[in-house]
Each structure stands twice: as C-alpha cells, then as structure tokens.
Design a protein around this ligand. Structure first.
Ligand code: 26Q
Length: 756
C-alpha cells in the first residue's frame, strides 16, 4: 500500500473537477489482490525472485489471502474486471458498492450435498482498504438511522501509474455506543441497536429468487445507493463553487446502474435535491434524466426485481412518495399520448402494490443496455419490448469482456510468455486485439506443439491441485472438460451429468470402446434456497462417486466436483481446460464471461447459440469449436407444442439416462432430489409443462457434439491449431474494449491524458 499511496493521491488531485463515470454495483467479486496488484505495478517478477532468494515460496504467501468474494457470480466479477480495465485505460471511473462483512457463503460438500458456511473474509484484517471516517454519511430509514463508513480500495491500472478508487460502504451504529442506555442498565438495548446497524451490511445475499424480497435486502440496496448519492452531491458542492448550479451536475457525473440493485439511487437523488437543496421536483427529474444509465444482466422473469410497497415504505417513506410521484407523471404522459389504462400497464412503475425497479430505471434513464448482442436484441423484442416501442433510441448493446491481466498474464504465465515471444512484444496486454497476430503461426508446427505443451503443463498443475484439494486422482493426459459457474437449471449442469451417465453406461456395456479418456470437472454454488440446484450438485457428486469407484471404466472416465469454486480456483481451472462447457438453453444466458476466460486460455467451446457464445463462434469460427442445440428462434417456434415425453419415448439413450434418476442406481439418500429432477424432465407440474429448459430436446445434439470432441482430440496438431485460432480471436473479449465502448457511447468521457 505504501507504493500505491502517493500515486493514488496524485490521481485524485489531477482528476478533481473532471467528468467521471460512477459504477454503482451491489457486487464486486474481486478475489485476491496481491498477485494482481504486483502484476499491474510491474514488480511481480522482482518480488517473486526476492522472496525466492530468501527461501520463501511466493505461492504460499498468496495462499494467506482470502478471496474478497463480494459477489455472486458473473455480474459481480464483471464489475471487478471493469474496475481493472477503467484504470488500465486511464478512464475516470469510480466504483461504489457494499463492504459486506461476509461474502458469498463458503461451500463444502458433505456426503455429496452442498453445505453452506459463513465467509468472514475480514477476520485476518484487510490489507487493501483504507477507512475514511471523514467521508462518513448518515443514512436514514423509516425506523432507524445508521452511519455509512467508506472503505476505499485502490484500483491499479496496468503499468500506467493510474490509481482509481473503489469505495465500499459499511454500516455502523450512528453513535458508537449509546452510553445513556448503558448507564441506565439498558445494556441489551444498546447492544441490539449496534447489531441492528451492523446487520445492514453483514452479509451478501445469494441470488436466491425464491427468498428475495426481504426488507433487509432492500435496506442494503438503499443504504449504499443513498451513501453514494450523498457523497456525490456533497463533493459537487465542495469542489465546484463557481459552477454550483445543479443544472450543471450532469456535466460532471454519469451513473451506471449495475442491474436493478442500485436503482433506489434514483429516488434518493431526487430526494436529496428537492428536500435538502431546494430544487423543484421537475428540475430534479430533468437532471436525473441526464445522469442515470441502466444495464440489464438477465432475462429470467423471476429475476426482475419487484418490491412490495410496504417494504419500500418501511425502508424509506419519502422515496416511496417520490416513486409514486414519478409514476403519476409517467401515467399522465402516456394518457396524453392517448394510451388506454390497459396499454399503460406494462410501463407502470407502481402496479398492484408493487414497485417495478426496471421500469423506474428505463423511464428515468437515458440508456438501457444488454451485455451481448443476442441479449440486447431479446431485451428489445421481448423483455422490454413495450419500452423499445416508446424510446428505441436509448437501447444499446455492450458485449461483456474480461480483464486479460488477471485471466491470462497472472493466471497463465507460460501462455502469456509464449504470446509475447511469438508477437515479439507485450503490447497485447494493453491492446488485446493484437492477439490476431498469432494467426501467422496456425501452420507452424513448432508453435502448435509448444502450445500443446503449455496446456499439458497447466493440466498437470491442476491435476496436482485437485489431488491435494479434492483427494481425487485424475489423468492429466485425459481431456479436461470443465463446467464452472453458478448452478442453475438454465445453465443445464444436469444436461452435462446426464450425458456422463450415458457414457458410463456405454463404457460398462463395452469396456473396450474406442473412447478417449475424459475427465469431467464441475464447480459452482447453488443458492441455499434453490432445492433443485442443490439436487443437481448431489447428482453430480453421486455420479462421481459411482463412476470413480468403478474399476471397469476408471481409466477412461472420471468426474470431479471441485469444492467452493471461486475466483482464485478459477485462476487454476481456466488455463487447464481443453473444453469449455457453455450449454445454457438458448436465450437464457445473457452473455456469460467464463466462456471468454476459457477461450483466452485456449479451450475450445462446446456450446449453444446463446449469449456471447454466438460472438465467440463468429470470431473464432464454428469449425474450431463445437456448437450444438436448438436456437432461440427454433425454441420460440415450439414453445407451446413442445412435449419432452416424445423424446423420452423415442430415444432409448434418453429414456435410459432419465430412468437412471429413479432406478436406484444413484442414491440421493432419501432426499427425493433425483425424483424432483426426473419429474421436472417428464411430468408437467404446477400447470407448467415439463422440461422448462429443453434438456431432452437438446440431448441428442449434445451427445453428438461430445462425440465430435472425443474424435477431434486425437489429432493433436489439428486441436492445437484450433486452440491457437481461438486465442488469436479472443481480443474482442477484453473488458478494455467493453469499458471503452461504455466510455464512448454512454458516458462520453475521455481518457485522462494528463496522467500519461
Ligand atoms: C436479486 C434479488 C435479491 C437477491 C439477489 C439478487 C441477485 C443477485 C445477483 C440477482 C442476480 C444476481 C446476479 C446476476 C448475474 O450474475 N448475471 C450474470 O451477469 C453476467 C455479467 O453480465 C452475465 O455474463 C451472465 O450471463 C448473467 O447471468
């Protein structure tokens, strides 16, 4: 931190009074910082060597650092990649979020079942934040007020001396300890007040739609939104004395709302302007119209946040009033246009006593974006089609990306050095499109063999790590087929494991089958209240137990579920993958970013035409990957006629694997988890048809694609060539490109040349 401090101060000074983007996000899934910060400072090698000289292994030092796991998955990791890229691109972007005392739960597997434990990542201290008491804010709820204390984390640009700031708010009691109560022997009450305040930022909520809608969750959202807005307004008033007119506020601020979670910032902004600064409501609204931009990350209906009015009332009565006022204005406007009450319904912010957060953001904001081409199209065609009719000009796309520093330079040093050697420069670390230059070597046998060797080394490293962590021995020469991501029906980990069952049965029947040995690796957390996702974990572990203990198939087939998949585990998995499993139901995965991390590390994608897979296939060529499954349009066509039982009865392979769920071959220890999955696949339930996610429809296509993988792997040179082409075409998926797109199209902020 000593090294960083001076430059940090410098950057803050230079960037004062400049237009900035503020990235408001309930999640920043940072992972570890040590290695990454040393890389970005350009002193990684030096430090590693110095430690080596005194007999200290750098990796053992790294392992002391807990992951800062302040996010669920893709959305939170994207925010962290954006922070890295903005600093590396010399862009004035400031992050605002929540300093959860507990990150996403730690997962352990007991008897095949997921068990959750707390993640008190701060227990050994936090080396990367500075508490800034002087910038603390008061956040007022209906029945409570708390202190929001900022903790600033420096965000280092890659070898450019830039230090941006990620400010995370922590909730504390307004008065450290209520001594009058203490002195009056109301000890319990004083303590409970403290706890009630600390509760607000105690824990990150898992993306558990069934258990969403809790007051505390909305309090969290309002807490960090309010503190951030107050911070901006206060700083504005301090720094722009001669320019101090709120009508100029938008010249200096643009606020990107990372999904619906920070949307309370909108009514809060209006509240602060109207109630605390004497601005007219209409004028405050006009300013708000110029500063808020909204990103959507999911099209699953159950994920679009709606809050009961009584909950909003409990959190902030004044904000509810403002929301109602905005809603009235909206309804008035649409009536003027001649829309009937009914036609206005889909636009309403308040409807049936619920507040529709997305409608609020789209009505007020000046930009709405999706996170991959197909996703942004679906927003226009379906999810927000009503809004698209009314305000088409605000819709846009920003295809996601990942930071190449963490996911290649840091995670895969060997490959990184190979690339620099081949390109004769390491400029590609700043400008990932330069990877295209690798295509020169597609037919160079020495390069292809070296690439194969690097992958082989990474696989050996992972095999060692898995033996150590999971106690499972895997063959480093087998195909490493990896699916790591949150566990969800739409991501279809159960399609993958059902196919493993198919292979297992096939190998049992014919142990001499010509099958290239394959290791299927899974990892990911299920939301604690999501019974079926937990069933999928149990199924994977149970199949693993049976298969791995069966000598008949053991030299050909292995299944591993890695415990507690997280950023730092990912750093070992992506470099070692041969196959990247991206098998979501078409139309359901907004973008995916794991797919990009695999691609950058030379894995071939086995995937559906969904999310950013489509753009990966477009760039690297379908012939260098493995595409399967129904398309969005095909699924749309059969949406009302689809009957999975037809597939079940007609295809013996399908019948066989589906039946194995309830035949007793795999034991769910009386949890009925496997029966639940079986029922979902072939029995209509709660007035819904079976197989919501089209597993049986896609099964045969997936099976054939897997067969192609197994055949293709035998030709090492041809496979290495595909690897190389994938790497060479992964440049587009740098979050440097994504963040530049945001800066140019939405934020209209320039690079800060003064820092150069
Ligand atoms: C909502 C209400 C209450 C509690 C939790 C939540 C909640 C929290 C997190 C809902 C959703 C999330 C996270 C969503 C997410 O990670 N979406 C992913 O975003 C990535 C980045 O854009 C995409 O690549 C993925 O496709 C998308 O699934």
């Amino acid at each position: 931190m000593g090294l960083i401090n001076e430059e940090w101060r410098d950057c803050k000074r230079k960037n004062k009074n400049q237009r900035k983007a503020y990235y408001l996000s309930a999640e920043f899934l940072i992972g570890r910082s040590l290695g990454n910060n040393l890389i970005n400072l350009g002193i990684y090698d030096e430090v590693k060597e110095l430690l080596n000289e005194i007999g200290i292994d750098f990796e053992s030092i790294e392992n002391y650092e807990d992951d800062a796991a302040l996010g669920n998955g893709g959305l939170g990791r994207l925010a962290a990649c954006f922070m890295d890229s903005a600093a590396s691109q010399n862009l004035n972007m400031y992050g605002y979020g929540v300093r959860y005392r507990e990150g996403i739960f730690k997962q352990s597997i007991e008897n095949g079942f997921q068990v959750e434990e707390g993640d008190s990542w701060l227990k050994d201290g936090d080396a990367w934040s500075i508490r800034v008491d002087s910038d603390a804010k008061i956040v007022k709820f209906r029945d409570q007020q708390v202190k929001a204390v900022p903790f600033d984390m420096p965000v280092l640009g890659f070898e450019n001396g830039v230090v941006n700031t990620l400010r995370l708010w922590q909730s504390e009691p307004f008065e450290e300890f209520n001594f009058s109560k203490f002195n009056n022997y109301q000890y319990d009450e004083a303590v409970s007040e403290k706890n009630r305040a600390e509760d607000i930022t105690r824990v990150l909520y898992p993306n558990d739609m069934q258990r969403a809608g809790k007051v505390l969750r909305l309090k969290q959202q309002y807490f960090f939104s309010s503190a951030s807005i107050q911070d901006l307004v206060e700083k504005y008033k301090k720094s722009y004395p001669e320019d101090l007119k709120f009508e100029n506020f938008h010249k200096y601020h643009v606020i990107q709302l990372n999904d619906t979670h920070p949307i309370m910032a909108i009514p809060e902004f209006i509240r602060v302007l109207v109630d605390e600064n004497g601005i007219f409501f209409e004028d405050a609204l006009a300013i708000a119209n110029k500063i808020f931009a909204f990103t959507n990350h999911t099209v699953l209906q159950e994920a679009l946040e709606k809050w009961n009015k009584d909950i909003v009332l409990e959190v902030s009565p004044r904000c509810l009033e403002i929301i109602e006022q905005i809603n009235d204005k909206l309804v008035g406007e649409f009536k003027k246009k001649g829309l009937s009450e009914e036609a206005i319904d889909p636009y309403r912010i308040v409807r049936f006593d619920q507040v529709h957060m997305a409608n609020l953001a789209i009505y007020i904001g000046f930009s709405v974006n999706g996170v991959a081409e197909i996703h942004s199209q679906i927003l226009k065609d379906d999810t927000f089609s009503h809004w698209y009719k009314y305000r088409p000009e605000i819709f846009n796309n920003k295809t996601n990306g990942i930071t190449p520093r963490r996911w290649l330079v840091y995670a895969n040093r060997e490959l990184s050095d190979f690339i620099s050697e081949k390109l004769g420069t390491d400029n590609w670390k700043y400008d990932l499109k330069l990877l295209k230059g690798l295509e020169k070597y597609v037919d160079d046998e020495a390069s292809l063999d070296r690439l194969w060797e690097i992958k082989a080394n990474k696989k050996k490293d992972l095999a060692k790590y898995i033996l150590d962590q999971e106690g499972i021995k895997i063959n480093p020469e087998s195909i490493f087929d990896i699916q790591v991501k949150r566990i969800h029906e739409y991501k279809r980990q159960h399609l993958n494991i059902l196919h493993v069952i198919y292979l297992y049965h096939k190998l049992k029947k014919n142990p001499d089958l010509d099958f290239y040995p394959t290791t299927f690796i899974f990892g990911g957390k299920a939301a604690p209240g999501y019974f079926r996702a937990k069933g999928m974990i149990k199924l994977i572990n149970e199949v693993a137990r049976v298969v791995n203990n069966d000598r008949d198939v053991n030299d050909k087939l292995k299944v591993v579920f890695v415990e507690n998949y997280r950023v730092s585990y990912g750093e070992k998995l992506f470099p070692a993958a041969d196959i990247s499993e991206q098998i979501s139901t078409a139309g359901k995965e907004a973008s995916g970013t794991g797919n990009m991390k695999f691609m950058l590390n030379g894995a071939l994608t086995l995937g559906t035409l969904d999310g950013a897979n489509i753009e990966i296939f477009e760039r690297a060529g379908e012939e260098n990957n493995f595409r399967f499954g129904a398309t969005v349009d095909e699924l749309k066509e059969i949406a009302t006629s689809y009957n999975p039982v037809e597939f079940y009865s007609k295809d013996q392979n399908i019948k066989d694997v589906v039946d194995s769920l309830v035949s007793g071959e795999f034991d769910d220890n009386g949890s009925y988890m496997f029966l639940d999955i079986y029922n979902e696949l072939i029995n209509p339930q709660n007035g819904q048809r079976a197989d919501q996610y089209y597993l049986l429809k896609d099964f045969d296509s997936y099976r054939r694609a897997q067969e192609e993988v197994n055949d293709a792997y035998r030709d090492k040179r041809a496979w290495s060539r595909k690897m190389l082409i994938n790497i060479a075409n992964s440049g587009f998926f740098s979050s440097d490109r994504t963040i530049e797109n945001y800066a140019d199209d939405i934020w209209k902020i320039d690079k800060n040349e003064e820092n150069k």
